[in-house]
Design a protein. Structure first.
Length: 325
């Protein structure tokens, strides 16, 4: 079977930690080129922008976008216009309307668009979905807490418009919730805690509803110590706990045996399947909930700063790479 030529756009932390190893292990894809203003890989042709890569390598059939979300929609549109299938890192766009427009363009072009919500591919997520489908939850609690300095070091774009702040990791929880809960997830209310120098929140408390079940989310991007990525669902048959970001599952305190699965390996297997079938998967539900929280949440200012200090007078200012994630 012919390998799918792919260009990787953005060479930040998520691309290096997850996309590159997954591509190297998947024989269906061939990494043809990268596009990033300031980063490159040894032995792989590198270009400053997507058009340059596509011009130089007509064998590129697919593009994986690992840039910050603020520039993702424009790049995806360009890739689709040039006849390429597109994989979007999460969050796929800044607003759900952009994702819907891209999906319409992909349909018109006969191309695959894949919004890759990686947390949905965690090992225990499908098992949790089956259980809750048979026994709907009475209430759900989400605790999603991590230290941005550990998991997103130096990524100032997270705190600017379009960066999502704590909703960047929090949208992983939303992607799981919208997948495993049997009734649609609806936004009710949110409280957002924003640092003095940030347009985006560092912590949030979000109220949601899924059918008759209330869903309470606690998000914290300033959490010290071990991260906490847990979803707890109380049902008439007992308590289900999805932990470690969806990798582990327990029922009434009893750990369930779950076969290990690499999220990003599964993503690329599914992306190939979509391409071969001529199909698309661009679910915007998690993005819609995150957007509602950011638009309608009540904000309060925290007495702290998260952005690095501006260069002092006379110091050489570094120009940030606008692409890597």
């Amino acid at each position: 079977m012919t390998r799918i030529g792919l260009a990787l756009v953005g060479l930040g932390k998520i691309a290096r930690d997850q996309h590159l190893p997954s591509l190297a292990a998947n024989p269906a894809f061939q990494l043809v080129a990268t596009a990033s203003p300031a980063e490159s890989l040894t032995g792989i042709p590198a270009y400053a922008d997507l058009d340059a890569a596509l011009d130089a390598h007509p064998q590129i059939q697919a593009v994986a976008l690992c840039t910050p979300p603020a520039v993702r929609a424009a790049l995806a549109r360009r890739a689709l216009q040039r006849g390429c299938h597109v994989l979007l890192e999460k969050p796929p766009c800044v607003v759900a309307q952009d994702l819907a427009a891209l999906d319409g363009l992909a349909a018109t072009q006969g191309l695959t668009l894949f919004a890759a919500w990686h947390s949905r591919y965690a090992a225990a997520v499908e098992t949790a979905r089956r259980i809750l489908g048979a026994t709907p939850p009475l209430r759900v609690q989400v605790r999603w807490k991590e230290d941005h300095r550990v998991w997103h070091p130096g990524q100032a774009w997270l705190w600017r418009e379009g960066g999502f702040g704590v909703l960047d990791p929090g949208i992983n929880a939303l992607s799981i919730l919208t997948h495993i809960l049997p009734a649609p997830l609806e936004f009710i209310d949110a409280e957002l805690d924003c640092p003095q120098d940030s347009a985006m929140p560092a912590a949030a408390r979000i109220s949601l509803r899924s059918g008759a079940a209330g869903v309470a989310m606690q998000l914290d991007f300033l959490h010290a110590g071990e991260p906490c990525w847990d979803i707890v669902a109380d049902t008439a048959q007992g308590q289900l706990v999805l932990s470690q970001g969806g990798a582990q599952l327990s029922l009434d305190g009893r750990a369930q045996r779950i076969q290990e699965q690499s999220e990003y390996a599964a993503i690329y297997t599914y992306f190939e399947n979509l391409i071969r079938r001529g199909a698309r998967d661009a679910d915007g539900a998690p993005l819609e909930i995150a957007g509602a929280a950011l638009r309608h949440g009540r904000r309060r200012r925290l007495p702290l700063q998260v952005l690095p200090p501006a260069p002092t007078a006379g110091a050489a200012a570094t120009v940030p790479d606008p692409l890597p994630r």
